[in-house]
Design a protein. Sequence first.
Length: 325
Amino acid sequence: MKATAKAHTNIALIKYWGKRDESLILPMNSSLSLTLDGFYTTTSVEFRTELTKDQFYLNGEAVVDGQFDRVTGFLNLIRSFAGKDNFFATVNSTNHVPTAAGFASSASGFAALAAAAVKALGLPVDETVLSRLTRQGSGSACRSIYGGFVEWEKGSKADGTDSYAVPIAPADHWDIRVAAVVLSSKAKKVLSREGMKRTVDTSAFYSSWIDGIPHDMDQIKDGIRTKDFEKVGKIAEANCLKMHATTLGANPPFSYWHDTTMAVMHAVRELRENGIPAYFTIDAGPNVKVLYLPENEQILKQSLRDIPGVHDVISSKAGQGISYL
Ligand code: ADP
Ligand code: DP6
């Protein structure tokens, strides 16, 4: 009863930021992402009758802290879905992405875990059911089931049955690239989960964030359909800034940005002034992702690498959804 799955991370162009139900992981707003081929997780799950509890190894090391609790809590959900409550598993996962540094390791991590666990148990689930299950491990992970552009429809039901990801356009629809600008691979101080909760509970700006989502979502989908890079970039960049603005209005206030985060933002604006279309977006961490078109790859990467404090620039194309190894 063993299976191995590979899942890519995704970068949100319209951010998921805030939950309406913490335990089922139901979002306050719909979100939209691009799956990235450059960053991924492979996870193998083996259910073994001789085990009395789960075991979790991440990048070859046994994990026993809160990360273990999250994994075993998620396996409890899969076990109860399968009606196999006394089957424990050995989970071996490798992140080809920095962990907890704002590169969405939780997205590729939980998507790979869900896919491998479901397959190892031989459950006949389709992608919608898989996305719905994955959502309960980490919200953004439900989008990594699919490749290309993906929307997570927030749904409205209290039981979460209508809250899952749907594919908007496949990876080969449009060759749009993302440069991940690595400033720091250190784990962040405020995890996304904690940051979004503080924001929902206390931010003076939270209701404006929610009010702006339907417009941003309509516009970006239109831009993706017509392959209008400027439109998609402008909406994604503004949406990211609005999300980060909510953290400044929280109590206590916080910010994910470092000095170099701002330097990269300025450099991207300067590139645009010089005729190179490029737009930034930032998740819950200091690192910046820059959207660009393939013809500008060389100049864009060189300009970003020249910024003091930038450790690396890793390019990614649109990636595929879940696969089994
Ligand atoms: P990130 O920006 O990396 O997604 P988050 O704070 O959203 O940061 O999530 C990081 C958490 O995701 C980790 O602390 C861990 O609990 C979980 N995680 C990361 N990688 C994996 C993995 N491969 N398998 C299971 N859980 C993982
Ligand atoms: C800023 O999906 O990591 O990256 O559901 O609590 O696990 P949990 O949060 P998570 O949050 C992602 C937040 C974000 C925006 C996004 O990816 O949409």
